[in-house]
Design a protein around this ligand. Structure first.
Ligand code: FPP
Length: 234
């Protein structure tokens, strides 16, 4: 069985470009092309949710030029793919901080989120200026405000209260998290949400992550024995 929710850490664009003697931006461009075909393939597999880690809270520490290049690519992607998302019945959501993004990008995101909100095909979630720690921090702030206003005892705080205040509220936890480029790290991605996710680390860089490799990973997920802390025989 395929997972219901796949999340991907799309890593290795820079190395892909370096190996080819190209500038890093060429790797990111190739990464966007790969992203588009993986979205299409995911839709065709009938998978309900796909979350892609496009820009982490820590990526702001990269050189200004690379940040600008990535933001320009993102802006182009949002413009070019807008019609496609609607046509393909994709619902887009963006998780992460919005206050550090350019106004023009925020506007495009909001338009796409609204215009695709009634689509019931693939749920595509882009993590942008996202960090798992920041996600938990902002949930704590929201919970504090809600509990203070309503004079509620903090002892009553439930796991559901936390979940509904995370940026992924309403989105099921990822069943499978894939990371490309041969690194074995979670890099501040969906920290709370990944408590029972299965992981797959693949060697190739993101621009080389083709449909055949993806299919292999999806099939291998079907062989995993997920017990969620329970025993199978019960
Ligand atoms: C990791 O490669 C990738 C990123 C930091 C960004 C992921 C972005 C894309 C796939 C393209 C942009 C996405 C959108 C939606 C426009 P890296 O630069 O960390 O590679 P390296 O580790 O080899 O240097």
């Amino acid at each position: 069985m395929y997972p219901d929710h796949v999340a991907i850490i799309m890593d290795g664009n820079g190395r892909w470009a370096k190996n080819k003697g190209l500038p890093r931006i060429s790797g990111h461009k190739a990464g966007v092309e790969r992203l588009k075909s993986i979205v299409e393939f995911t839709t065709n597999c009938g998978i309900s949710y796909l979350t892609l880690y496009a820009f982490s809270s820590e990526n702001w520490n990269r050189p200004k030029k690379e940040i600008n290049d990535l933001m320009n690519l993102l802006s182009l992607f949002l413009t070019n793919e807008a019609k496609n998302f609607l046509k393909e019945n994709i619902r887009l959501r963006v998780i992460g901080r919005r206050d550090r993004l350019k106004k023009s990008i925020i506007k495009k995101i909001e338009e796409l989120e609204i215009n695709s909100s009634t689509n019931d095909g693939l749920n595509l979630i882009i993590a942008l200026d996202y960090g798992g720690r920041e996600d938990i921090r902002s949930a704590i702030i929201n919970i504090y405000k809600e509990f203070s206003i309503n004079n509620m005892s903090i002892e009553k705080l439930s796991l559901k209260d936390i979940e509904k205040n995370l940026m992924t509220s309403g989105i099921p936890n990822p069943d499978l998290i894939i990371r490309t480029s041969g690194e074995y790290r979670i890099s501040n991605f969906l920290l709370w949400q990944s408590a029972y996710s299965e992981y797959e680390f693949v060697k190739c860089n993101w621009p080389d992550f083709d449909n055949d490799i993806y299919l292999k990973v999806l099939k291998s997920f079907g062989t995993r024995d997920r017990r969620f802390g329970k025993l199978n025989e019960l």
